[in-house]
Design a binder for this molecule. Structure first.
Ligand SMILES: Nc1ncnc2c1ncn2[C@@H]1O[C@H](COP(=O)(O)OP(=O)(O)OP(=O)(O)O)[C@@H](O)[C@H]1O
Length: 298
């Protein structure tokens, strides 16, 4: 599978430039698209899913033009939107049959086999006859994956799927995505750095409609090795001083005190310990560099 996004731009009616000449190449496996709220992730996902057209640029999926050949693309693509929203009083079993018919799977035997297999795969078999409106957040997301997998897509797109899930449900959901990612290309759009670190051999960071970085999480982490330093800072005043004089990547509260992470080629000062780099460092560093380069984007 190969998805080629070339020079895609989109400006909404209200003047917001959501995508700015964005170019990205996505191959097999699980691809993480990481970016803060408003980065343009959903705009890009909707464009790939044929739900909105770009103003300019091209998107091709295995050579098929996503803008001009929407029906062909829809046949090989599954999509779990950010707000899936449709949880009627229908059971998961009935809903999947209904959606399968809409996808053109009209032979009853084939459809039953497919729906049953999907309910097993997403661990919803036991709850398959229960009304979707009674499902928990995690079950709803797993149902969202089941419907995205109908008719054996080559590519599935999942937009911010773990937001709002508790840790156990999130874990279960990520495991499901990982197992799917072995056979089908998955684009995982998220603002949660951990999701990408745990799942994706390749990723891109986007902000303000632009690609800031494209690569593998482990390579980007290696590039920062030895340059991340950490220290506990007891007072707000001291923290302000550090922020003014050093390249502070992030601050976290640990038992009510600030733990500061600093980017520096050599030790930034007394009390700092070298620490392993995290993907979150890569993410924040890219976002802060971007903010500096284009102040208007902040
Ligand atoms: N239909 C629309 N009309 C006008 N502006 C829009 C529309 N959809 C998105 N936007 C704006 O475009 C920008 C990008 O939004 P988008 O939803 O693509 O980002 P995102 O990265 O998915 O963020 P989030 O995680 O908040 O959904 C934002 O400034 C958003 O307010």
């Amino acid at each position: 599978m190969s998805l080629e996004i070339v020079g895609v731009s989109k400006t909404y009616g209200n003047g917001v430039k959501a995508l700015k000449n964005l170019t990205l190449s996505i191959g097999n496996n699980m691809f993480g698209l990481l970016g803060p709220n408003g980065a343009g992730k959903s705009s890009l996902m909707r464009t790939i899913a044929t739900l909105q057209d770009p103003d300019s640029g091209s998107v091709t999926l295995d050579g098929i033009d996503v803008v001009k050949q929407k029906n062909e693309v829809r046949r090989i693509l599954g999509y779990l939107p950010q707000e899936f929203g449709v949880y009627p009083r229908m059971s998961a079993l009935d809903m999947l049959h209904h959606l399968a018919v809409l996808k053109g799977i009209t032979a009853a035997g084939e459809r039953r086999e497919m729906v049953d297999a999907l309910l097993h795969q997403t661990n919803l078999w036991d709850a398959g006859k229960k009304s979707l409106s009674t499902y928990s957040g995690g079950m709803k997301q797993r149902f969202g994956i089941a419907q995205a997998l109908l008719a054996n897509p080559r590519l599935i797109i999942v937009d911010e799927p773990t937001a709002g899930l508790d840790p156990a449900e999130r874990n279960r959901f990520l495991n499901l995505l990982a197992s799917i990612g072995r056979d089908v290309t998955v684009i995982l759009s998220t603002h949660i750095v951990e999701d990408v670190r745990e799942l994706c051999p390749r990723m891109a960071i986007i902000a303000a409609g632009e690609v800031l970085l494209e690569g593998s999480p482990s390579e980007t982490l290696r590039a920062l090795e030895g340059q991340i330093w950490s220290r506990i800072v007891p007072s707000d005043a001291e923290l302000k001083e550090l922020e003014a004089t050093m390249h502070v990547i992030s601050t976290h509260l640990v038992s009510g005190q600030h733990e500061v992470r600093v980017f520096s080629a050599a030790s930034p000062g007394s009390g700092f310990e070298p620490v392993p780099s995290h993907l979150e460092d890569v993410y924040f560093l890219n976002l802060s560099e971007h903010g500096r380069r284009i102040p208007a984007a902040a």
